[in-house]
Design a binder for this molecule. Structure first.
Ligand SMILES: N[C@@H](CCC(=O)N[C@@H](CS)C(=O)NCC(=O)O)C(=O)O
Length: 212
């Protein structure tokens, strides 16, 4: 199988899950910032034009973080990436959806791509530090969401209890977007970020991504 990834993207979470699972896979780097996800060759593989994209050994393609993460977790059950307990699994999906839909989709996308959300004339209305209103709104969404997760994470090593799950890989990729965007992580979330950084899977992936 092959993981398509791009520097600085959410694909790092899937790369980490593949390492945690002990899977055998190849990777292909896509120049996302340079428009590689919009190249015809890539769109033939994933018409959504997004990474992570996972090409499986049977030739089928999986997209969307939660779906890819679930497939990895179900395919390598010994890695324990989905909690066995139904209540814990449900809580994990709740956190995962919140990260995908709200922190990434609504928050960081406003920060990275304010022009997706506002008409050209609104780009001239800036608030403090030269940020557009949409970008400012994105920061508020992200900060409020991290604060909420922080209140849920007191006393727990990982997103749901004491072992790594799909939600931790997702939480890690949004945590790593915080500092470059001058967003401070609240204490429990920050502890989680450092706990993830200390994992050998994360160190390995960061080295492969040219970061470590
Ligand atoms: N809903 C998708 C989001 C994926 C996504 O937004 N990927 C970004 C990188 S973090 C991307 O590929 N952007 C390239 C583009 O929009 O051209 C998922 O869960 O996998």
């Amino acid at each position: 199988m092959k993981l398509y990834w791009g520097p600085h993207t959410c694909a790092i979470g899937i790369h980490i899950l593949l390492e945690e699972a002990g899977a055998t896979f190849e990777t292909e780097k896509i120049d996302v910032a340079g428009g590689g996800t919009r190249a015809e060759e890539f769109l033939r593989i994933n018409p959504k034009g997004k990474v992570p994209t996972l090409l499986r050994d049977d030739g089928s393609v999986l997209t969307e973080f939660g779906a890819i993460g679930t497939w990895i977790a179900r395919s390598y059950p010994e890695a324990g990436l989905i909690p066995d307990d139904a209540e814990a699994e449900t809580r994990m999906v709740e956190i995962l959806d919140y990260i995908e839909g709200t922190i990434h989709g609504q928050g960081f996308t406003r920060i990275f791509k304010p022009d997706y959300f506002e008409p050209q004339d609104a780009l001239h209305g800036t608030l403090g530090l030269g940020r557009s209103k949409v970008e400012h709104q994105g920061r508020e969404i992200v900060e409020r969401a991290f604060a909420l997760l922080d209140s849920q994470m007191a006393g727990a090593a990982y997103a749901v209890g004491e072992t790594v799950s799909i939600a931790d890989a997702a939480l890690f990729y949004v945590e790593r977007w915080a500092e470059p965007n001058k967003i401070s992580l609240p204490s429990h979330v920050n502890d989680h970020f450092h706990r993830m950084l200390a994992r050998s899977s994360v160190a390995k992936v960061r080295r492969l991504w040219g970061e470590g």
